[in-house]
Design a protein around this ligand. Structure first.
Ligand SMILES: Cc1cc2nc3c(=O)[nH]c(=O)nc-3n(C[C@H](O)[C@H](O)[C@H](O)COP(=O)(O)OP(=O)(O)OC[C@H]3O[C@@H](n4cnc5c(N)ncnc54)[C@H](O)[C@@H]3O)c2cc1C
Length: 435
């Protein structure tokens, strides 16, 4: 676990996002004893969203962040705001039936609208763009994509523009793909600008945020007490939104959660800014793009016309060797025109995957809520998750319970052996990506 933290910290040192914002002065760590209605652990999108929603309902909220605001996955991701779930609708339909699967789908659309509402309400300048392209790089993957899009249209009325063969190049300047589907609901943004905007919004609503304040212990009961090195917060409710590093900073905070989610490394490179005509030729609609391989490539352009190209994964906590070079090769395989274009940034982080890739929201006892398992699909869903948890705290748990009703399994092998087990399982899928 210590090595997870080490490589996680190292992975944020050369991030395009950190280089393209001016962070406000650090917020002081907690150095006293406080009481609040709700203590939130983690100032990523999920924790900040919960804090905003709770404060808007009149709760006194304290957020405790181990590092800096959005220093975790929320400040580092591909910025892709995507409808639906990493799992697809399968676990919802199979476990909860058509009506609640529909509710979950509709809420995933709301999650995107919530981002736009917050950008407007709190005047967050974060390079927001709408437009999303799903691409398939083989005949088999094209059939799978078409079938998925047809099922979304049939069951949920979700329409996409379908293209195949030469028509794909109206959407993307690459000959790699056999088919694609375009839609305008999903899109992209600069995640760190957005996250810092959420923190500002939370502050303006009276939320107290403490940075460098890792919660190392959580006493549960009618009152919960979250302890940090130099202080504590007593509250009626706690919201655990610590993602992959929760078990690292606070192994005793909620040990029962750690085997239900697993950290998987994923990485992004940022090129030097491209000439406007080159950028427009590669992504004429300025969409965010993702393929449907098991090991995904996901990419988009930044507002200053860099290609931000994400992919690769690591199931160990070690950062892959030659990351910059291998990522640049992957990018050039999609866009040969980018061969040799300087890569200015390389960074990455850990996504918290659940066994079935559906989000894992629930309660420990009656007053400790947790939000995890976004499985690489959390930019939009974290906002919704925060809203649902605030509704549940306020006694309107119906929407939260659509998600908490989902059953999640522990990773086989427990905390120690889950990594080798997952590696073996994914080798099979990785091989299938090539056929
Ligand atoms: C490289 C990368 C690319 C990604 N790309 C996409 C994408 O394009 N689209 C998409 O939808 N999703 C993407 N994701 C996933 C998405 O970023 C996450 O699902 C989402 O940001 C999770 O938000 P969070 O608030 O749950 O966690 P985080 O943002 O990780 O926040 C958790 C916070 O809790 C703090 N913390 C942990 N333990 C403690 C403790 N004990 N005490 C106090 N604080 C604690 C951490 O320091 C951290 O700041 C990507 C993730 C990565 C890493």
């Amino acid at each position: 676990m210590a090595s997870l933290l080490q490589s996680d910290t190292q992975l944020n040192r050369n991030s395009y996002y950190e280089a393209s914002v001016v962070r406000p002065a650090p917020l002081a760590p907690l150095q006293t004893d406080l009481s609040a209605d709700v203590v939130v652990v983690g100032a990523g999108f999920a924790g900040l969203s919960a804090a905003i929603e709770l404060a808007q309902r009149g709760y006194r909220v304290v957020v405790l962040e181990a590092d800096r605001v959005c220093s975790g996955a929320s400040g580092r991701n591909g910025g892709q705001t995507i409808v639906g779930f990493a799992s697809g609708q399968g676990p919802f339909e199979q476990q909860l039936g058509a009506v609640r699967a529909r509710q979950a789908w509709d809420m995933s659309l709301e999650a995107i609208d919530l981002i736009d509402q917050r950008i407007a309400q709190f005047e967050i300048d974060c390079d927001r763009v709408h437009g999303y392209l799903y691409v398939a790089d083989s005949a088999r993957k094209a059939r799978a994509l078409e079938s998925e899009m047809q099922s979304l249209q049939r069951n949920y009325g979700f329409a996409t523009e379908w293209a195949q063969g030469a028509a794909v190049q109206n959407h993307i300047g690459s000959t790699r793909y056999q088919a694609c589907a375009y839609e305008k609901h999903s899109g992209h943004l600069h995640p760190l600008k957005y996250g810092l905007g959420l923190a500002r919004a939370a502050g303006s609503l009276g939320v107290q945020i403490f940075e460098c304040s890792a919660v190392t212990g959580l006493e549960r009961g009618a009152t919960v007490t979250a302890r940090t090195a130099q202080g504590q917060v007593c509250a009626r409710y706690a919201v655990l939104a610590g993602n992959c590093t929760l078990p690292v900073f606070g192994p005793l905070v909620a040990p029962e959660l750690s085997t239900r989610a697993m950290p998987v490394g994923t990485y992004i490179i940022g090129t030097r800014a491209l000439a406007p005509d080159v950028a427009a030729a590669l992504l004429p609609r300025n969409a965010a793009v993702c393929d449907n391989n098991f090991i995904l490539d996901y990419f988009r352009q930044s507002a200053d016309l860099r290609m931000l190209f994400g992919g690769r994964v690591s199931y160990t906590t070690r950062t892959p060797a030659d990351l910059k070079q291998t990522m640049a090769q992957r990018m050039a395989a999609v866009f040969p025109a980018l061969q040799g274009v300087p890569v200015d940034y390389v960074w990455g982080g850990f996504v918290d995957i659940s066994m079935n890739r559906a989000p894992d929201f629930g309660r420990l006892g009656s007053n400790v809520y947790y939000l995890q398992g976004f499985s690489g699909h959390g930019v939009a869903l974290t906002g919704l998750a925060g809203q649902l948890v605030a509704q549940a705290v306020a006694g309107e748990a119906e929407r939260f319970d659509v998600f908490s009703a989902l059953k999640h399994r522990n990773f086989p092998g427990g905390a120690l052996l889950r990594t080798p087990t997952l590696v073996l399982g994914t080798l099979y899928h990785r091989l299938r990506d090539h056929f």
